[in-house]
Design a protein around this ligand. Structure first.
Ligand code: SAH
Length: 370
């Protein structure tokens, strides 16, 4: 049993079972033993690899997306906040800023704000972005009110998620409690009806008996805050994540360690915990808060529309044959039908009535308002 498990067991003994969302939050961000706090989990040597770590092309294309949004959708304001949520090693932002140097006015106008909870990863980001003026925040609240261009890759899937089961007695929340030995963790159900019931989307409340449904109030809260800023100040946001375009039932909480599946309740804090992002719920929340949503479109489609083929060809032209082969592999991995290209999806938020952001078409607009 590791130290975090010992502390979780003590906490549950004292307070009773805790919600899956609380378990997830403590496993990921416990100030001492949290997964993102203990070490840097990203990359080939770590537990999982993300798109910006696969290839510089990812961050470069998102940088050009940001430049286009600033110019065409925001009208080139002299100052704006370039925000990234959960920047990991800072690779995406470093690549985006390098690519956007093609337009010096954009770089001059950008105030870079990073929302990052982990001190360990903040230190990595500081290194990756040495030479840039950067401000860190624990949440979006303290980012100044100004037009924003916001990027988030694999951020929403790490936000705490609540799980519910529809029982005969009403909706019950799935909790983490103690097993018979009193030393191990196991799942159970809280009292029904859960006080969360009225907050749940109708489709979830009406799911068939026994169905497990997921809801992430934390994600909805962040999207509402982004959408509110976009509605008040103008801006554009692009979120890319592993997720589904339509809300559906099922337990998608998963633990990953050393590039393989792990049991969710085993070795807390030593495995990454994430869940499928419900893009439909995010788009609806954004629209209710005054923004328009585009997508989600598969990551592969977005990257192709943003010009990954041309970018790969340009890089390959200056590369050795071995490097050129690597560039081609990375491109295939980012857009491939059986890999990230379809499992990952991109959702964009812009002001209501706005033209589509780069990489999205007019008919991919949802909840566009007037
Ligand atoms: N975007 C990066 C990293 C993805 S991992 C990439 O694509 O490589 C998730 C990131 O979100 C990490 O940087 C993690 O520390 C951060 N994070 C997770 N939960 C957070 C929270 N509640 N608030 C702020 N940052 C969070």
């Amino acid at each position: 049993m590791n130290e975090l498990q010992r502390r979780l067991v003590r906490r549950i003994r004292a307070e009773g079972p805790i919600a899956v969302a609380e378990y997830m939050a403590q496993c990921l961000l416990d100030p001492r033993d949290g997964y993102y706090v203990r070490a840097d989990p990203l990359g080939r040597a770590g537990d999982f690899i993300t798109a910006p770590e696969i290839s510089q092309m990812f961050g470069e294309l998102l940088g050009l997306w940001a430049v286009d949004a600033w110019q065409r959708l925001l009208g080139s304001p002299r100052e704006f906040c370039l925000v990234e949520l959960g920047p990991g090693r800072g690779t995406l932002m470093a690549d985006a800023l390098r690519a956007s140097q093609a337009l010096p006015a954009f770089v001059a106008a950008a105030r870079v704000h990073l929302v990052e909870a982990s001190p360990t990863l903040r230190a990595k980001q500081r290194q990756a972005l040495a030479g840039h003026a950067v401000e860190w925040h624990g949440g979006l609240d303290s980012v100044p009110e100004a037009p924003i261009v916001l990027l988030a890759n694999e951020f929403f899937d790490a936000l705490p998620l609540r799980q519910f089961v529809r029982t005969e007695r009403g909706i019950a929340e799935r909790m983490v409690g103690l097993d018979a030995s009193g030393e191990g963790l196991r799942f159970g159900l809280g009292p029904a009806p859960s006080p969360w019931t009225p907050a749940l989307p109708r489709a979830l409340r009406d799911a068939p008996l026994g169905t497990l449904v997921e809801y992430s109030p934390a994600s909805i809260g962040v999207v509402r805050a982004i959408a509110g800023r976009i509605a008040r100040q103008g801006g554009a946001a692009l979120a890319i994540d592993y997720g589904a375009g339509e809300s559906g039932p099922g337990d998608t909480l998963q633990a990953v360690r050393r590039h393989g599946r792990h049991e969710v309740l085993d070795d807390p804090g030593e495995a990454d915990l994430s869940a499928r992002v419900d893009f439909a719920a995010l788009a609806e929340a954004a629209s209710a808060a005054g923004a328009a949503a585009f997508g989600p479109v598969p990551q592969g489609v977005l990257l192709e529309r943003l010009g990954i083929a041309a970018r790969a060809a340009a890089l390959a032209a200056k590369a050795t044959p071995a490097q050129a082969a690597e560039i081609e592999l990375a491109r295939a991995r980012l857009i491939g039908g059986t890999e990230m290209g379809t499992l990952f999806k991109a959702l964009a938020l812009v002001p209501q009535g706005s033209a589509p952001p780069a990489g999205f078409t007019e008919d991919e607009g949802l909840f566009r308002g007037q």
